[in-house]
Design a protein around this ligand. Structure first.
Ligand SMILES: NC(=O)c1ccc[n+]([C@@H]2O[C@H](COP(=O)([O-])OP(=O)(O)OC[C@H]3O[C@@H](n4cnc5c(N)ncnc54)[C@H](OP(=O)(O)O)[C@@H]3O)[C@@H](O)[C@H]2O)c1
Length: 336
């Protein structure tokens, strides 16, 4: 059967909100679609297509990838390449596509961490898999304590100079190295566009460590990953562990996080969300999007219905002081 040509909704920019990314010319949708878990070789291509098409139709034009997303490693990028060829090629200039290198990707000393050797080779491989000439943003995926910071940063600068990336970003950097990295990049006229870290109702590390404020002072946007703590902050685990869930697969979200204290907190938060007319997922997303200096949140969905549910967070009008107080009270015992 010949598949119909993808034609996105003409109203795709009508309902999404876009925020300026730090002190840059770039605006990002407040919801970004991340491809860490549900876009690799284990997921049927028709499901991947349905989620990506739906997201783009709703104004989600930022897609977040990394070299080792899948599972298996590399397959999310390969499937994104298929999406480019089958659907998105005519819309390339409407898309903001990221990739990263810094975690394990291939065996041996050159397939991990922060060397120039690894970052340059990995970016070339990512471009081939995604069938792209350039990515919009290339990240150093984590700080490498053994490689001179200058070497990692210069690889990012050179990726831009070579036309393989338009902007650069950092993920998972401690504050001191972040500051140094921001200075190095700015001195070479390749300012850091975006900083990416886990930030959600029960993981406040970037707030505690001053990373959100530091990024804002530098003119760098802040994008939160795992805003739903991999699905914990949804209605998914209120009554046990569903068979088709990330927790049941037991890879990055282990069952032992669902302690009795966590279940109490999640039920309390879900009840509060319900009073606000939201699902727990929507309230968790609203909470981050109301946090000062957050540019976007990267959601990782396993179905179109989840993206649809998460998009409803957009209509939220904010929290009362009492609601903020309740969220603090309920989440305090389970803060990571
Ligand atoms: N820079 C980094 O080091 C780093 C690290 C991790 C992630 N990331 C990025 O951040 C993205 C998002 O991370 P994440 O996947 O952990 O995000 P997340 O949004 O916290 O969790 C996604 C999971 O939550 C569940 N879910 C989502 N919406 C739901 C809803 N409305 N109702 C019920 N359940 C819902 C789904 O679980 P089920 O699969 O169980 O249905 C989904 O797979 C990744 O794809 C990646 O792009 C970056």
């Amino acid at each position: 059967m010949i598949e119909p040509v993808f034609s996105p909704s003409p109203g795709r920019y009508d309902t999404m909100a876009y925020r300026r990314c730090g002190r840059s010319g770039v605006k990002l949708p407040v919801l970004t679609l991340g491809m860490w878990h549900n876009f690799g070789s284990y997921k049927p291509m028709q499901d991947i297509k349905a989620m990506a098409h739906y997201a783009f139709d709703k104004g989600i034009c930022h897609f977040d990838l990394a070299n080792n997303y899948g599972p298996e490693y590399g397959t999310a990028e390969e499937n994104f390449g298929r999406l480019m060829d089958g659907s998105f090629r005519p819309y390339r200039d409407e898309l903001f596509i990221s990739t990263k290198a810094g975690w394990d990707m291939w065996p041996g000393p050159y397939g991990n961490w922060g060397s120039r050797k690894y970052l340059m080779a990995s970016l070339d491989q990512s471009l081939k898999r995604m069938r792209l000439d350039y990515v919009d943003i290339f990240y150093s995926h984590r700080w490498d304590p053994e490689t001179p910071l200058e070497e990692t940063m210069q690889a990012l600068v050179d990726a831009v100079r070579q036309g393989k990336a338009l902007y650069v970003g950092l993920s998972r950097y401690p504050a001191a190295q972040m500051r140094q990295a921001y200075d190095y990049l700015a001195e070479r006229d390749v300012p850091c566009l975006l900083y990416q870290d886990r930030f959600n109702i029960i993981d406040r590390a970037p707030q505690r460590n001053g990373l959100v404020d530091l990024s804002a002072e530098n003119g760098t946007g802040f994008i939160s990953f795992s805003p739903l703590q991999q699905g914990l902050l949804t209605n998914r685990y209120l009554n046990g562990v569903p068979a088709d869930s990330r927790m049941a697969r037991g890879t990055s979200l282990r069952e032992d996080v669902l302690t009795p204290a966590m279940s109490v907190a999640l039920r309390g938060l879900a009840a509060l969300a319900e009073q606000r007319g939201q699902s727990l997922a929507q309230m968790a997303l609203s909470w981050i999007l109301n946090y000062k200096n957050v540019t976007s949140v990267i959601i990782g969905a396993s179905s179109v219905a989840q993206i649809e549910d998460n998009l409803k967070a957009l209509g939220d009008s904010g929290f009362s002081a009492e609601e903020y107080r309740r969220i603090e009270e309920l989440s305090a015992p389970v803060q990571l």
